[in-house]
Design a protein around this ligand. Structure first.
Ligand code: NOJ
Length: 603
């Protein structure tokens, strides 16, 4: 094990900004680039190294900007290219890098490439997307005539009929997000040229949206149907046949030979540890790290809206397997939160007044002390919680709105199934106005709403809580999505002033990574895999050994690690309670965390 990080991002921490909800300078209720610039000092104070910006490109905003209609400009709602250049320069001036969201599995249906592609079967851009006729022997538009039985991630079929040509196009996400055909070398070259354009402008890398879906099996076989509804086509587009080739080609055509310190992270739903090792093996030149999904799917049943309970044993088994699997070759990214996940303190912690700050700091500590590059999602450093949604009209996210409409459409039949029948004629706005019919419909609606409240992506998207004042200091206008009422107590202003706040705890965690190579590259050793309350592990580098403890419960818990008395007497580097009462034992108070350090490692 090398004593020092081999590459800069091993000791870096990335902060994700969701621009719509970060800070609105213009007063139109939607966050913008000028707003981000006005908060760079805050981010510098937190100490993060890299900012990842969710998309700010021109977009019809069907999927909140993940439907891009122009890759080389800024949507007027967020500002201008000049604002972007200013943001980049100001971030760089403060020693922070800026990474963009690269969304190239699909474009918007309003992107000129698709507009051209849909002109007709003979258009030169036809093959830039996945067009197919109806199923053999069936008429276009007939029920079940779609070229495959695949469901889309946002409910309904993954195929949309183009009446004019009688062919369907593939959209793994909304019908306004047609999938690009990466089999076509022209598509790949156009994407690479766009990426070079941004790098030449000075950006420091890319977070690559669902990048392991770009290679599809061109035969497009049907997928298995789990219990009803649409088929699951993922075996034919997750880590498909040419994915490694495409990423290596991308590296060659975009990144090779640049001497800048760049970062690439591939978002990869369904990726396994073994595949991730290939993707992140530095000798293969694909990506630096991947976002895997295993640990954020442990509490899910047939889909995310059928949650099961949280099991600490499962969490430890999963993260431990990823630590071991990428120990020698490859690299982990570490995250609890992003713009697609509910807030971790409400999910794996306890967001009550009594335990919110303790559980948020414990969760942050456990995550940041793993080996890998941690990602902080805006507001996580404040311990922001899930939102309050009175009814369906409070939701904005297409996934939630479509799911609601689909699930209610299915009532009267059986339980809702994953990807169940939504005719997929909805836009986000249409789905929002779809309601329950009353009676049994009301009960079904209540059940679906309960699931949305727990798992909806909108939980992550409420405005950043800057102050206790109007709109949490996010905007002087009417925010595009409701502000969490708890901003009166949970906000940046209050936390900056409180040395024991979640914010200052995160600041210390980030500093630990910067100051101690053991946090970045030390060996990871899981302890107590069968303990239902305590998350415990060691990190080792040369003669140094650290012990990290986290109590995942509101009850006292004893950490029965080997040589507990020795550890109890060791240097306590960081904890989330003011003082440890008894330096001879490892009895953890509710949601307590501790990091101990010894310079002579125990056996
Ligand atoms: C993953 C992104 O994180 C999510 O927000 C988006 O809806 C889908 N990819 C489609 O781009």
């Amino acid at each position: 094990m090398a004593s020092n990080p081999a590459v800069w991002w091993q000791s870096a921490v990335v902060y994700q900004i969701y621009p719509r909800s970060f800070r609105d300078a213009s007063g139109d209720g939607i966050g913008d680039l000028a707003g981000i610039i006005s908060r760079l000092d805050y981010l510098q104070r937190l100490g993060v190294d890299v900012l990842w910006l969710s998309p700010t490109f021109p977009s019809p905003q069907d999927d909140a900007g993940y439907d891009i209609s122009d890759y080389t400009d800024i949507d007027p709602v967020f500002g201008t290219l000049a604002d972007f250049d200013r943001l980049l320069a100001e971030a760089h001036r403060r020693g922070m890098k800026l990474v963009l969201d690269l969304v190239v599995n699909h474009t918007s249906d309003e992107h000129p490439w698709f507009q051209q592609s849909r002109r007709g079967k003979d258009d030169p851009k036809r093959e830039w997307y996945w067009w197919r006729g109806p199923r053999a022997g069936m008429a276009a538009g007939a029920p079940g005539a779609e070229p495959t039985n695949w469901g889309s991630a946002f409910s309904g079929s993954a195929w949309e009929l183009d009446e004019a040509s009688g062919e369907y196009y593939l959209h793994l996400f909304s019908r306004k997000q047609p999938d690009l055909n990466w089999e076509n070398p022209q598509v790949r070259e156009a994407v690479y040229a766009m990426m070079r354009w941004w790098l030449d402008r000075g950006v420091d890398g890319f977070r690559m949206d669902v990048i392991n879906m770009i290679s599809k099996d061109p035969r497009l076989p049907d997928g298995p149907v789990h219990g009803g509804g649409y088929g699951d086509g993922s075996a034919h587009y997750i880590c498909g046949p040419r994915i490694h080739e495409f990423l290596q080609e991308m590296h060659q055509r975009v990144f090779a030979g640049r001497d800048a310190q760049l970062l690439t992270v591939g978002e990869m739903p369904g990726v396994t540890v073994e595949q991730a090792r290939l993707f992140t093996d530095p000798d293969r030149h694909e990506v630096d790290m991947v976002f895997q999904f295993e640990h954020v799917q442990l509490d899910q049943g047939i889909d995310k809206f059928h949650p099961t309970g949280f099991s600490l044993l499962d969490l430890k088994a999963s993260l431990g397997r990823w630590q071991a699997g990428l120990a020698e070759v490859g690299w982990n990214s570490l995250y609890w939160n992003n713009h697609d996940q509910p807030r971790v303190v409400s999910r794996f912690g306890d967001d009550s007044d009594q335990y919110r700050a303790l559980s948020a700091t414990m969760l942050g500590t456990v995550l940041h002390l793993h080996r890998g590059t941690p990602y902080v999602y805006q507001g996580e450093e404040l311990g922001m919680t899930n939102a309050v949604f009175a009814g369906i009209s409070d939701f904005r996210d297409i996934e939630s709105l479509n799911y609601y409409a689909a699930a209610l459409a299915a009532t009267g039949s059986d339980q809702p199934m994953p990807g169940d029948p939504l005719a997929d004629r909805t836009t986000a706005a249409e789905a929002a106005s779809a309601g329950a019919g009353g009676g049994a419909g009301d009960a079904a609606a209540a059940e679906v709403l309960a699931a949305l409240r727990r798992m909806s992506r909108d939980n992550a998207r409420t405005p950043m809580q800057w102050t206790a004042g109007r709109n949490a200091g996010f905007s002087s206008g009417e925010p595009w999505i409701g502000v969490n009422p708890n901003h009166r107590t949970i906000n940046a202003e209050a936390e900056l002033a409180d040395p024991d706040s979640v914010f200052h705890h995160y600041r210390k965690l980030i500093a630990l990574r910067h100051d101690h190579p053991i946090v970045a590259v030390g060996d990871f050793g899981m302890l107590l895999p069968q303990d239902e309350q305590v998350y415990a592990f060691t990190r080792r580098l040369d003669s140094e050994c650290w012990l990290v403890l986290g109590n995942f419960s509101g009850a006292e818990a004893t950490a029965t690690v080997p040589d507990a008395p020795g550890w109890a007497a060791a240097q306590l580097l960081l904890g989330n309670y003011p003082a440890v009462p008894d330096a001879t034992s490892l009895v953890l108070r509710p949601w307590e965390c501790r990091i101990y350090r010894r310079t002579t490692a125990p056996d």
